[in-house]
Design a protein around this ligand. Structure first.
Ligand code: IPM
Ligand code: MN
Length: 352
């Protein structure tokens, strides 16, 4: 099979972890007889520096014409403490999500047998955790009207959802639940927010189309609590953009390191795969960042964008092997020998 993939390394540790995902993907491709054509494109602070824009048109064209996009990370500290910055790397990410129509962000949380004791949570609470968040990604407070009034003394961010936006996300949630243990949790704040009441009413109306799926409705504050108490009680969770942003960071620590969790962002025509961690500026250029989240994102890409399940499983298997054998970066080394980012990538590519 010929795979055309747009490669957006982005900022910070992005290029380092992306390099490892390319190595491992190429090794998988040669093992299974595929040909990958990688097309690099600029994004984030790197793109601002080069062309003054975090998501240039040229990058958009490359993404639209690719079968899938593999993305590293976005963000640079020089923008974070400068509220007056006119262009920000993150705007590129939001623009890209919107322009590619990536309305559903798939963020799984699972544990690795050899890392159970690395989690800040007790073994008995997290064993067997295997849940997936479906976060709405192109609506809500992120994209509503925002601004200032009263001479700048008052600020507002509008949270807006349409029934159709909720339906298309919920549909993916129901369909995903059907392929798993058929449990779906709708996370909202329907006791306070009108948008949440629209979510709840829309999902309730869809229940009859999926009689086998057991649906629960929980408030976001309660989910934040239960997620660290009994994460293994959840299966598929659907939620709006901001709640999903917050809860998926919380969920990511369950596995033991934020450097481990992959994600996919999907729409009608395009698909993008990225680690859920950020650009980790403190580690940039030091060859210490954990590349596994990006490599596992590549596994999701093989499976979801190309239907290549065996290839995806081969990546997951070699990742598990590296963890079991202690071929890990310093975040997981716990006083033992730590491997560099590129050494982990080399080891995985040789062992697929
Ligand atoms: C994420 C990130 C982004 C978000 C930022 C960088 C805009 O935190 O992908 O979760 O808030 O969506
Ligand atoms: Mn986030």
């Amino acid at each position: 099979m010929k795979l055309n993939i747009a490669l957006l390394a982005g900022d910070g540790i992005g290029p380092e972890v992306i390099d490892q995902a390319v190595k491992v993907s190429d090794a998988i491709a040669s093992k299974f007889g595929h040909e990958i054509n990688w097309t690099p494109a600029l994004t984030g602070a790197a793109a601002i520096d080069a062309v003054g824009e975090p998501y240039p048109d040229e990058t958009h064209d490359i993404c639209v014409n690719a079968d899938a996009v593999l993305f590293g990370a976005i963000g640079h500290p020089r923008f974070d403490n400068d509220p007056s910055a006119k262009v920000r790397p993150e705007q590129g990410l939001l623009k890209m999500r919107k322009a590619l129509g990536l309305f559903a962000n798939v963020r799984p949380t699972f544990t690795f047998p050899s890392l159970i004791d690395k989690s800040p949570l007790k073994r008995e609470r997290i064993e067997g955790t295997d849940l997936v968040f479906l976060r709405e990604l192109t609506g809500g407070i992120y994209f509503g009207e925002k601004g200032r009034r009263d001479g700048g003394e008052t600020a507002f961010d509008n949270c807006v959802y349409t029934r159709e936006e909720v339906q298309r996300l919920a549909k993916k949630g129901f369909e995903l639940a059907m392929t798993r243990s058929k449990r779906l949790c709708c996370v909202d704040k329907a006791n306070v927010l009108e948008t949440s009441r629209l979510w709840r009413e829309t999902v309730q109306a869809m229940e009859k189309d999926y009689p086998e799926v057991e649906v629960s409705y929980e408030f976001v504050d309660a989910v934040a609590m239960r997620l660290v108490q009994w994460p293994n009680s959840y299966d598929v969770l659907i939620t709006e953009n901001l709640f999903g942003d917050i809860l998926t960071d919380e969920a990511s620590v369950i596995s033991g390191s934020m450097g481990l969790m992959p994600s996919a962002s999907v729409g009608t025509n395009n698909q993008l795969f990225e680690p859920i961690h950020g650009s980790y500026p403190q580690a940039t250029g030091k060859n210490i960042a954990n590349p596994l989240a990006t490599i596992l994102s590549a596994a999701m890409m093989f499976e979801m964008a190309f239907g290549l399940k065996e290839e995806a499983e081969a990546i997951r298997a070699v990742v598990n092997k590296s963890l079991a054998e202690g071929v890990v970066t310093e975040d997981l080394a716990a006083g033992k020998k730590a491997y560099g980012t590129s050494e982990v990538g080399d080891w995985l590519a040789q062992n697929v």
